[in-house]
Design a protein. Structure first.
Length: 82
């Protein structure tokens, strides 16, 4: 999800763009993640409408991730960064 989303972002905006995406997938709960997705959409949909649509279309595949403890989710993120 992240790699596909970041591929759409402009290089000059990548730092802020990635920080806003990070707020979605690093949220403590599904509710918080959904709220952060809405904030992302408000900010970026004028330029990148397809990204928030992409996340919404795959939301049922994303939400099981939030059932895991935050320690395990952090390890998954760290493993994918290397």
């Amino acid at each position: 999800m992240l790699r596909n989303s970041v591929a759409f972002g402009l290089w000059q905006q990548r730092k802020q763009f990635c920080a806003d995406l990070n707020a979605i997938y690093s949220a403590a709960t599904e509710t918080e993640a959904k709220f952060n997705l809405e904030l992302f959409a408000e900010k970026w949909d004028k330029q990148y409408l397809s990204i928030s649509k992409f996340w919404r279309n795959h939301w049922t595949n994303i939400i099981p991730f939030f059932a895991f403890p935050s320690e395990i989710r952090l390890l998954c993120r760290l493993d994918h960064q290397s």
